[in-house]
Design a protein around this ligand. Structure first.
Ligand SMILES: [Fe+2]
Length: 234
């Protein structure tokens, strides 16, 4: 499960062993970078930012700090280690082996869940893109940018699932994640909360206190998903 930073897309999912998937994700990558340049943190492309980059999924691997320009951040695909013999812990399928592939009868709701979750990740980056201009302190600024790059990583995780497990419609959904935008009247983000303007830090603190806290419980439940790859992204 070591992280391979030598590939164009850093990952710990043996991406190079699946050329088709690797090529598809490498084709999505420039669109992601273009989106970051256009709708990522405003006026902050050229600054050295003190950021944490994950170098392993072990408990001590999440806290590798260094200065990096945000567009050079090493976004990638990092899943927690598979748990041998993991079973489903809740619901109708309680006790059965966790699914390593998408079960046909849950394909549509699972895709919807992953798309909805994935949509919030770039949406919050878009909502927060002006806040660097008015941050109360350097401490707040670093934390804001850290959150922004990690939302980018969360998006990568959902896009990986869509590409790896949902075929053509998954790839189309992955493209659409970069086409909807927060507050866009024609192509808004899926959840209403992510279309609300966040023009100042009071709005942002309230976002973190209520909206994002809801997200915390959402992710805790996804971490228990019967679809094992989804659980391991969380
Ligand atoms: Fe996130």
């Amino acid at each position: 499960m070591s992280m391979n930073y030598n590939e164009r897309i850093p990952n710990n999912v043996s991406l190079s062993e699946n050329r088709r998937l690797q090529r598809a994700l490498e084709a999505w990558q420039p669109n992601y970078m273009r989106w970051w340049q256009e709708l990522g943190p405003e006026g902050a492309l050229d600054y050295d930012v003190y950021l944490r980059t994950a170098i392993s999924v072990e408990t001590d691997g999440w806290a590798n700090f260094g200065y990096v320009k945000m567009p050079d951040y090493r976004w990638g695909i990092f899943l927690a280690k598979p748990e041998e013999g993991r079973t489903i812990a809740f619901g109708d399928h309680c006790g059965e082996p966790a699914w390593q592939e998408v079960p046909g009868e849950y394909r549509s709701p699972l895709r919807r869940l992953i798309v909805t979750q994935g949509d919030t990740e770039p949406a919050s980056v878009e909502q927060q893109r002006h806040l660097g201009r008015t941050c109360p302190s350097l401490y707040d600024l670093r934390n804001l940018f850290q959150i922004n790059v990690e939302e980018g990583r969360h998006l990568w995780a959902m896009v990986y699932l869509l590409h790896a497990y949902f075929g053509r419609d998954g790839r189309e959904e992955a493209d659409a994640l970069l086409e909807r935008h927060s507050g866009d009247p024609d192509k808004p983000r899926i959840l209403g909360a992510f279309n609300e303007p966040t023009p100042h830090w009071l709005a942002y603190f309230l976002f973190t206190y209520f909206t994002d806290r809801d997200g915390k419980y959402q992710l805790a439940s996804l971490a228990e998903s019967g679809f094992d790859p989804l659980a391991r992204t969380c």
